[in-house]
Design a binder for this molecule. Sequence first.
Ligand code: HEM
Ligand code: HEM
Ligand SMILES: [Fe+2]
Length: 456
Amino acid sequence: MRYKSQSVAYWYFAVAMVLFGLQLVFGLLSAAKYLGPDPLLNLLPFDVTKVIHTNLLIVWVLTGFMGATYWMVPDESRSELHSTKLAYIQLGLWVVMGVSAIIGYLFRFGTGNKLLEQPLPHKIVIVICMLIFLYNIGMTIKKSGRFTTTEGVLLLGLASAAVLYLPALLHYENYTVSIYYRWWTIHLWVEGVWEMIQGGFLAYLLIRLSGADREVMEKWLYVIVGLVFIAGILGTAHHYYWVGVPGYWLPLGGFFSALEPLALIGMAMYAYYAMRRSGLAHPNKLALHWTLGSAVFTLFGAGLLGFAHTFPSVNKWTHGTLITAMHGHAAFYGAYAMIVMAMIVYALPSLTRGREEEGGTIGYWAFWLQLAGMFGMTLSFATAGIGQVYLERILGMGYLDTQLKIQIHFLMLVATASIFATGVGLFIYDFFRHPRRIEVETNEVQPTNAPARHVL
Ligand code: HEM
Ligand code: HEM
Ligand SMILES: [Fe+2]
């Protein structure tokens, strides 16, 4: 840690870790309900556990993004944060919002809009937190006078993510209109601007960990971000096939969303070649595992498994089945959970005392158990989904009869999810195992970078 104010990232990461753990509790509860009988049916039915599971995911990943940004921007701009006090106020507000939203879901307070269920007052607090965050980061960069392309891409992603949240504040009575705009937030987040955030962190980590040339890395970052945009914007239409909008969305969605994996192939190649060209070997090999892992798993979960059901001719059978859950898990985990963990593992030796720089045995177990577990979960959802599509959609069997026939896959899900949860448990334990450090170091490995542009 070169700047004292970077230590605020620790508390953001700590909150993210606790919420991640809690997310899995609700995931396991949701999975167990598929096996029945459900003793919690009246207290915590499936719809409630699933809403809490997915909302905790969004909140912890965003908390991780914020912490990682508070860590990265001082490094890139070579200055202290504008205000640590504001960063802590923002975190406090954010935690109150997150916890009260979850308590609210237990009592059925929510808008019923999948992944955006937060009631209006909570949504307003989210907007306030985002404004404080963007102001704090913006002022830090402005005061420092140093603005790199890497942090530019990150910032553009974060600011656009905030802007794209605005359609979620509006309420529409008409279901088609409501679902139409929901995708402006959800799809354009995960297949657009969040990928810029991931790209920003990826470039930062690769430059630091591999010593790859900053100018080359940043040029590629532009290409990838450009590709994401071109394909992702009209790719939104892969959610418009069956919601009651005109039929021309079908070819548009099929064509443009099928191009999206190109950007993801680009990203994985970018990470791989950065490592191949690298001159400097950073001691933190564990962070490198998470960084490359994120690029590769994104290609698998988002690129390959997204492509698998994105054409209208396939999606008409698979829409809203466990095939969607298969892709949702692998994509979200690879792209966003893993990149947050990469940033945490990179920053942790500086944020805590007495930790080995290269990552210890527990850290590696956490990595491989999570990877194996998530791969197994993806397979379980996939096999369940294929069975479901065949029995329910092709043979016309009833929904519940079908669920009984595919129970074996849910046993598989619970088993593999337990392996995954053990990996996450170890990651969380490893995080809290060492006490927090606040003093700065002077013997950090310095990046090998070309001078950044001074645009402010
Ligand atoms: C990191 C990137 C991605 C993430 C995190 C992600 C995540 C998700 C999630 C959570 C859903 C379920 C949403 C809901 O029903 O509310 C979904 C649906 C979908 N995704 Fe992705 N996705 C990503 C990239 C992609 C890509 C690149 C493609 C296509 C090549 C794709 C194709 C689809 C399709 C077609 C659906 C709709 C499934 C249905 O009809 O039920 N996704 N995605
Ligand atoms: C212990 C581990 C986990 C278990 C047992 C689990 C289980 C489940 C179950 C049963 C559902 C409901 C599927 C349905 O609607 O039928 C679900 C939904 C979801 N989970 Fe998980 N999950 C786990 C971890 C995760 C992780 C780590 C992520 C992301 C990084 C994640 C992301 C999602 C998403 C995006 C959905 C909504 C998918 C959709 O609606 O299609 N889950 N999960
Ligand atoms: Fe999408």
